[in-house]
Design a protein around this ligand. Structure first.
Ligand code: ATP
Ligand code: PH2
Length: 164
């Protein structure tokens, strides 16, 4: 299967540049890119704001593992150092869904299990795919509506920042 939803995040260094490196690096595989959002950190809240975005990618030559590897290679290229769980990072690329694939392998959980709880993923994804459903969980607009209002309020669109 070839079509995937990727979530991008950065809260260290050249945040916009790191998000752009994903769009540039994946090149023609990128179908749709959301706006950039400035978001309050969840998980570990005592860290700088993130820039987050979501993109839809499609490449018949790539399976779900290839999307994970592509994301990890881009994280490496951005100089990402794995330190604290949910801590600051130059670039995070999560595979949110891959069409037709569910996986319980801890190296690649699909759909990404954090998705229903993360306004930082659901808001940009809803922007580019208003009718999207999270496999097994229903429409993403319903998942977003079920989140606390303060989670949604922490995600602010930045129309002045563009990925392409
Ligand atoms: N759907 C997925 N997308 C990306 N990585 C995944 C996925 N499922 C499992 N992983 C695994 O998660 C591991 C840790 O990823 P990472 O350090 O980016 O976690 P995190 O971003 O801190 O937390 P979270 O995964 O909750 O967003 C990776 O080594 C990867 O193999
Ligand atoms: N706002 C926001 N907070 C986070 C994010 C993120 O992408 N955006 N990613 C994390 C680890 O994956 C931890 N916290």
């Amino acid at each position: 299967m070839s079509r995937a939803v990727l979530s991008l995040g950065s809260n260290l260094g050249d945040r916009l540049g790191f998000l752009k490196s994903v769009i540039d690096g994946l090149g023609e595989a990128v179908v749709t890119v959301s706006s950039v959002y400035e978001t309050a950190a969840w998980g570990v809240t005592d860290q700088p704001d993130f820039l987050n975005a979501v993109c839809i990618v499609d490449d018949p030559a790539r399976d779900h593992w290839a999307w994970l590897r592509a994301g990890q290679a881009l994280e490496q290229a951005a100089g990402r150092v794995r330190e604290q769980r949910w801590g600051p990072r130059t670039l995070d690329v999560d595979v949110v869904t891959v069409d037709g694939v569910t996986s319980e392998d801890p190296r690649l959980l699909l759909p990404h299990p954090g998705t229903p709880d993360r306004a930082t993923v659901l808001i940009p994804w809803l922007e580019i795919a208003p009718d999207a459903e999270l496999p097994g969980r229903g429409p993403i607009r319903d998942l977003l509506a079920a989140l606390p209002a303060e989670d949604r309020a922490g995600v602010r669109r930045r129309p002045d920042l563009r990925l392409r």
